[in-house]
Design a protein around this ligand. Structure first.
Ligand SMILES: CSC[C@H]1O[C@@H](n2cnc3c(O)ncnc32)[C@H](O)[C@@H]1O
Ligand SMILES: [Zn+2]
Length: 432
């Protein structure tokens, strides 16, 4: 007996070996996709009639600071350095475990509502992040964000905390939680520290999540300090590999692009955050053209200001087209691939496709909407016309987290109320 059968679905498989299936079925058992096709002989405890709506892989957000929902709209309209040093970091110094817990609960709620089934996170108070992820039912690759600023004692403390977190949470929550090392960036972490982090990550067999070349200021700093850009600097210390998830990668030369592709580095393109902070335009079309694995991320809510991956898909496509003045770059299917297949590859999870034996991480998108009518091309609609509010049902690891717009795994109203109170308390703490 299977757990769930979804019938009457337009299945957007995202599997390169399998075309979309109209009027299809998806059979789910033990957290995995057991069968897909036109019909099935299987029986299940639960049947969902998709009503002709779209069933597709859940979206994978490959760069987030989930707890930063706490700072949604807190410090807008300024460049990265001023934003981080004068607003965000002083505020983060005042947050408590409980603040991060509620911030992450809200983020999970927002992601589940808008069709994200897995995300990569780098932040602080990570035990609370992991607890919120565990309880929500979502999937995540979590890392404690480490900064040493060249201070040896701080480096030891940060690496110890990063390692403790990696060991304590890897594989927890029925395997929904995996862990990574999270050195913040090449201009906030010392060379020695980055070497130690890489060694430790290899030893522990986990991946690394890092910000790279997000700003021109970082590029200039690295050239002044080390005579090379961050890409060459990290190459020289043997940091690069397919175990690395590099967020942003905006200020790249053609040579840098080649290095990233040759080393199989996973690159998270965080287009809305890059536009809001006016950090620059990442050369996504060039990266994809040389075979680099580029996925999509929202970044934190203070630089976005939401976690809607449908918005990221549309904005990523439009910005590349206009920046290169070529409407053929990043067509809808390729953007969908970035948000699903490539994202899953970046996190090292068997998700991102509707395919037998893959994790049952999938969503149902409600097509019965004025802005989705008519529907000539489903992939086009998912990228250019739909938004996160069109997601009707979200399933992760074979568990229904939201059905017919009703979130089951979290108490939505209580989380919203708690965040309203928490944000008021936090602002008075920051200003005191
Ligand atoms: C030490 S935990 C992670 C750290 O990163 C900060 N952060 C959030 N968004 C960005 C960004 O776009 N670039 C660099 N750093 C960012 C976050 O506030 C945490 O302090
Ligand atoms: Zn970030």
């Amino acid at each position: 007996m299977a757990d769930i059968i979804i019938k009457n679905a337009y299945i957007l498989t995202m599997d390169p070996d399998r075309e979309d299936i109209e009027n299809g079925v998806v059979v789910i058992e033990d957290g995995k996709i057991k069968e897909i096709g036109k019909s099935t002989e299987s029986k299940a405890d639960k049947e969902i009639d998709a009503g002709g709506n779209v069933v597709m892989p859940g979206l994978v957000n490959t760069h987030c600071h989930a707890g930063m929902t706490l700072f949604r709209g807190y410090a807008d309209d300024m460049p990265l350095q001023d934003w981080l040093e004068n607003h965000i970091w002083p505020a983060e110094a005042k947050v408590s475990d409980e603040d991060i817990y509620i911030g992450t609960q809200l983020a999970c709620l927002e992601m589940i509502r808008s069709g994200t089934t897995a995300f990569a996170d780098m932040y602080i108070h990570m035990d609370k992040v992991a607890q919120a992820v565990d309880e929500s039912g979502i999937r995540a690759a979590l890392s404690y964000g480490m900064i040493d600023f060249g201070d040896k004692e701080k480096a030891d403390v940060e690496l110890e905390e990063g390692s403790r977190f990696v060991r304590e949470w890897n594989g927890k929550a029925d395997g929904r939680i995996t862990t990574m090392y999270g050195p913040h960036a090449p201009n906030t972490c010392s060379r020695d520290f980055l070497i130690r982090v890489k060694e430790q990550a290899v030893k522990d067999n986990v991946r690394i999540h890092i910000h790279v070349l997000e700003t021109e200021a970082e590029l200039n700093y690295m050239k002044e300090q080390f005579g090379v850009c961050s890409i060459h600097f990290l190459k020289d210390i043997d940091f690069w590999g397919d175990d690395v998830l590099a967020a942003h990668c905006i200020w790249l030369s053609d040579g840098d692009i080649k290095i990233l592709a040759e080393h199989g580095v996973n690159i998270s393109h965080n287009v809305t955050s890059n536009m809001k902070l006016a950090s620059g335009i990442a050369p996504v079309a060039k990266l994809l053209a040389v075979g680099a694995n580029v996925s999509l991320g929202t970044d934190g809510c203070a630089s976005n200001n939401n976690l809607d991956m449908f918005e990221e898909m549309k904005t990523a496509a439009l910005l590349q087209k206009v920046s290169i003045m070529d409407p053929t770059v990043l067509p809808a299917r390729q953007v969908l691939e970035m948000a699903t297949v490539n994202g899953a590859k970046a996190l090292g999870i068997k998700s991102g496709m509707i395919k037998e034996e893959y994790n049952a991480d999938l969503i149902i998108v409600d097509m019965n909407k004025p802005h989705l009518t008519p529907a000539y091309d489903i992939a086009s609609h998912m990228v250019y016309a739909a938004n996160g509010r069109d997601v009707k049902t979200t399933i992760v690891n074979g568990k229904i987290l939201m059905e017919n717009y009703e979130v089951r795994c979290l108490d939505e109203q209580s989380i919203i109320e708690k965040m309203k109170k928490t944000s008021k308390d936090l602002v008075s703490r920051i200003n005191s």
